[in-house]
Design a protein around this ligand. Structure first.
Ligand code: PPE
Length: 306
């Protein structure tokens, strides 16, 4: 699906017309995958558009930059404000938000330290990531033949653009084989996460998700879902999962900003089935929370109206 164009993109402190938001072909990040980014969503609420856990996302963006020794010429507060302003000027009620810190034009070579640091924020309306059908009836997953990279190759905690080559390899393999999405095992053979989502399974009444040390991103949706599940009275634990644990799960689902909360219907053709009760309750609560309909979770919403 092509990106749905809006009016303006924020670039280094100014709002630029969508069609003029261009970079030089010798931009460092284009050659070496040296950028860090975020995926955030704004939702329509009774009080206008609200960005879900915006400050947490921008903090994670700065943490990603810090891991790569990228010095950002803006503060967290300034980028939070830039996101709100970009949502506001584009008059969108709900949208996906892509903040990006990249090393720009001026230097080449593998030493990124002398490079200029640029920041952009783009927003556009983006519907369901894994399809309406997937949200309702679950997606078909394939365990990838590609491994998630070891944390000593690229830190999985950093949302580095270059790291996503690994995700794309796994995604294409899954799609070409007729599945909706891929699950990546780490070099030790334990489940880490999906190409752009964290994973949860339900077994014996407990909700289990791989620890971050298994190579999973510290997902903000993962954290929100953890809180929701606990508040619903469910037990949530972090444990290493084997591929076969996925095959015999009572329920399973994935979480991410773009994907939101999506049930898993099958893994490598082993049927898990229609979304189970715990998955459905968590999903319903999450969708209510992002729309500002759950009092307890209103603190997660950062409104864009001034
Ligand atoms: N793991 C990975 C590898 C990942 O990229 C994401 C987000 C998550 C887990 C979930 O994190 P969170 O969004 O904080 O719950 N993936 C972003 C990019 C997806 C894309 O297609 O690009 C996203 O969901 O926005």
């Amino acid at each position: 699906m092509p990106i749905q164009k809006v009016d303006k993109i924020w670039m280094d402190g100014t709002l630029v017309d969508w069609d003029d938001a261009k970079i030089h072909v010798l931009t460092h990040t284009l050659h070496y995958g040296s950028g860090v980014f975020e995926g955030v969503r704004a939702y329509a609420t009774a009080d206008g558009p609200a960005v879900f856990r915006l400050t947490d996302h921008i903090r994670r963006l700065f943490d990603s930059a810090a891991m790569l020794m990228i010095e950002v010429p803006f503060s967290v507060e300034q980028i939070v404000e830039a996101v709100k302003e970009t949502v506001r000027v584009n008059n969108v009620e709900a949208c996906y938000i892509r903040p990006l810190i990249y090393l720009g034009y001026g230097e080449m070579g593998l030493n990124p330290l002398p490079c200029q640091v640029n920041v952009s924020v783009a927003v556009w309306p983006w519907g369901t990531y894994l399809g309406e059908e997937g949200i309702r009836h679950g997606v078909r997953m394939k365990v990838s033949s590609w491994r998630r990279q070891d944390p000593n190759i690229i830190p999985p905690a950093a949302k580095v653009t270059g790291l996503y080559v690994n995700s794309s390899l796994a995604k294409v393999e899954a799609l070409k084989s007729g599945y909706d999405e891929a699950i990546l095992l780490n070099p030790q053979g334990y489940v880490s996460e999906c190409t752009g989502e964290n994973i949860f399974v339900v077994k014996g009444g407990r909700i289990i998700t791989p620890p971050l040390a298994a190579g999973a991103l510290d997902g903000i949706t993962r954290d929100s879902v953890w809180t929701i599940a606990r508040d619903l009275g469910y037990e949530v634990v972090e444990e290493n999962l084997l591929r076969s644990d996925l095959y015999i799960a009572d329920e399973a689902f994935l979480t991410g900003t773009a994907a939101e909360v999506v049930p898993i219907r099958s893994v490598d053709d082993r049927l898990i089935g229609e979304p189970g009760e715990m998955t459905r309750k968590i999903q319903e609560t999450y969708f209510a929370a992002i729309r500002g309909e759950v009092e307890a979770y209103k603190g997660w919403l950062e409104y864009v109206r001034v």
